[in-house]
Design a protein around this ligand. Structure first.
Ligand SMILES: Cc1ncc(C[n+]2csc(CCOP(=O)(O)OP(=O)(O)O)c2C)c(N)n1
Ligand SMILES: [Mg+2]
Length: 399
């Protein structure tokens, strides 16, 4: 049945584009996959490596931290120490290569897998973890879902759960910056699934019509939870969608951090020089479940994932660093040990904090002065907690 449906679909819209086409394949391909570093860590054209050794090492560390954090947090969720987690295993190059190409004054509008970008920008790991725990030191005061950080000091906007909404936010921010005469190029991340949302159309159309400086970074990871990309869209690539809006579309090997960085840097320079927005189609792969609430074994065979293991973005960068003598095996181990220790220390710090923000904080930050009703509600809540403290203990959510 499934095979028949697939055959009918292919007849209707043509076979889906291969996610793996090499750069330059298919003469006349208007969106060839840009790649700088191949899977063995080899570079065909040195002039395309724009990152100095130190920057490559910094990115490597950031990617290793991102991976280790995801692995640790998934374990913590399984242990019942956090409620939910959504990570970026396999997508670290797409996340960090793009973020590293931006200016510190640019706003980043994340989807929900870009914790690595928040940390790269300077969000302290302990603050990220406090937010995840929703404890007394959580910058978001426990008001968000877990894993929905924001970090204003580094111009990292709040994670958006409703698919695609951050796209319009980024476009609005670019427009505001133009009105205020500020050079600011927002980077907005979203997934392949988000390209089917109304916000994608509205945002890209508006940005192109107004010629706004926005970088639309699609982490094209093959899946929208259980829906593969070729069922999400009949278009052969995400990049080609840019044409209809009248903007530049670029297809990049999203597991090559050097290529992602170079394409984003180019897009940023164009945008800042008045060249308008760019849609980056960062072709990558979601190696794990959608989130800790998902079990991908229900909808995809392990064999489908296997070829992507060889394309692991961290391994690829590691091979490049080893070839260049920027790192040796001991150095790789040292980085792993350092980030593991960093996570351990931050986690101990976060878990030592009181488990919830003060009750009064529930009523703050909406009105300058609390309303009479709010004061009454606070008194009622305080009474309920005094009668049974479990009411306010997140570990007894059913009390
Ligand atoms: C408006 C809206 N519809 C549906 C959902 C449920 N949902 C959460 S994530 C997701 C898939 C998104 O896939 P994609 O955009 O490819 O991002 P990815 O998770 O692959 O990074 C969906 C449908 C939602 N959060 N918001
Ligand atoms: Mg996706």
């Amino acid at each position: 049945m499934r095979a028949e449906r697939e055959a009918a679909r292919v007849e209707r819209v043509g076979a889906p584009a291969s996610r793996e086409s090499a750069p330059g394949t298919g003469a006349g391909d208007p969106f060839p996959l840009e790649r700088v570093v191949d899977e063995d860590g080899l570079v065909a054209d040195e002039s395309r490596v724009l990152l100095a050794g130190e920057e490559l090492l910094r990115l490597h560390r950031a990617m290793v931290l991102d991976r280790a954090l995801d692995e640790r947090m998934i374990t913590l969720q399984r242990q019942g120490r956090i409620g939910f987690y959504v990570g970026a295993i396999g997508e670290e190059a797409a996340v960090l290569g793009a973020a590293a190409a931006m200016a510190p004054t640019d706003w980043i509008f994340p989807c929900y897998r870009e914790h690595g970008a928040a940390l790269l920008r300077g969000m302290p790991l302990a603050a990220f973890l406090c937010d995840l725990l929703g404890n007394a030191a959580a910058p978001g005061k426990g008001r968000q879902m877990p894993c929905h950080e924001a970090w204003r000091p580094a111009r990292y906007a709040s994670v958006s759960s409703p698919i695609g909404t951050q796209i319009s936010h980024a476009v609005g921010a670019a427009w505001a910056a133009r009105i205020q005469g500020e050079e600011m190029v927002p980077l907005v991340y979203f997934g392949d699934g988000a390209t089917s949302s109304g916000e994608f159309h509205v945002g890209l159309n508006f940005a192109a019509v107004r010629h706004l400086p926005v970088i639309f970074a699609c982490r094209n990871n093959g899946w929208a939870i259980s829906l593969p990309t070729d069922r999400q869209t009949a278009a052969a690539t995400v990049a080609q969608k840019a044409v209809a809006y009248g903007m530049l579309g670029v297809r990049v090997d999203g597991n090559d951090v050097v290529a992602v960085h170079a394409a984003t840097r180019r897009a940023r320079a164009r945008a800042a020089a008045g060249g308008g927005p760019t849609l980056l189609d960062l072709v990558t792969y979601r190696m794990e479940g959608h989130s800790t609430s998902d079990d991908p074994r229900a909808y995809r065979a392990a064999a489908v994932v296997e070829p992507w293991r060889r394309r692991d973005p961290i391994e690829r960068l590691r091979r490049l660093l080893l070839r260049r003598g920027l790192l040796d095996d001991a150095g790789v181990e040292r980085v792993r040990a350092e980030v593991a220790a960093e996570i351990q220390v931050a986690l101990a710090e976060a878990e030592a904090r009181p488990p919830r923000p003060p009750l009064e904080s529930l009523f703050e930050d909406v009105y300058a002065e609390p309303l009479r009703q709010q004061r009454e509600q606070l008194a009622e809540l305080a009474g309920a907690v005094a009668a049974d403290p479990r009411v306010a203990d997140p570990r007894h959510a059913d009390a």
